[in-house]
Write a protein that binds this ligand. Sequence first.
Ligand SMILES: [Zn+2]
Length: 373
Amino acid sequence: MHGWRIGRIFGINIEIHFTWLIIFGLILSAVIQQISGEAPQASRANLWITAVITTLLFFVCLILHELSHSLMANRLGADVSRITLFVFGGVAQMKREPDSPASEFKVAIVGPLTSAALAGIFYVLHIALKSLGVSRVWWTAAGWVATINLALAIFNMLPGFPLDGGRVLRSILWNAWNNLERATRVASTVGRWFGYGMIFLGFLAVIGGQFGGLWLVALGWLLSSVAAGSYQRMQLQQALGDVYVHDLMSSPVATIPADAGLDRAAHYYFMAARFTAFGVEEGGEIVGVIRMEHLQQVPRERWAFTRVGDVMMPLDRDKMTIDSDEEAVEALMQMAQNDCGRLLVTDHSGNIIGIISHSDIVRLVKVRGGLGL
Ligand SMILES: [Zn+2]
């Protein structure tokens, strides 16, 4: 998952995924409500400035939480080069799973500890500002940042994988059983059940007239689906080991000119090469992808009058391309997210150099599994 890069600290890129803006808006409105409730005499300008600063502080605290994971991971030999903030908080993008229970434990626990420490610092600030007699808006805001950090520490310590607490649980089970697969399965099952529990409690709250319960429902639903997804991901990661996109791609991409008619495409390209998809080329560049299904959607008698360029899927770089140095698992995830079976492969300068298909990856998983390799 990539986002907009907003900065770089200790060699780690900080990025924001667009879904995070939703959270930013929600938090901003929650802060405004909170502060105006506590300090109704505050001026509008004062209120807004404080709310924006408080929300930004919260955002900095989130980055510090993720940064602590990344720095610990890098100290233990991992290779984390970017952090992406998205709707669920943050993720430090680790290239591979930790190599021992001890390093997993350290990397996981440091995040909630950082949030707890930040909660302490802002609580002290809250008390200090209050006793100094500054505007009520300010010490209310400091108190709010302390509370949210404490909530972050507690929520992240729930023992459901892939939350930090779930990773701590996994490292303990992994250490006890010496079996990463089994430890992950149990920790993510616990994560799913915690998710269901939160959904249930959330519904109870809503039935009781507390609409804040909807938050709990949403978080629980996210947690249970992420827990299931991360277990599948780990299984795939084990099966795919150190396989990268460039190992499995076909290169160069077979192309059809955009102005070719569909009948010509069908006979001289699809039938002749027996491929089910082609890149579409115009002016020496790939401008889209055409699949068999695109032809099937056009009645046969219209083929002679329809150009490939009219029915192709136009190139959308965010969704349809992947860097050749990404892991094959990442390609599968991207395909699943965008519901497509193929991705165009790019080099470091963004040039399209190949194509990778779902079946290429799945075939490798099958062969490896079959041979027990
Ligand atoms: Zn964390």
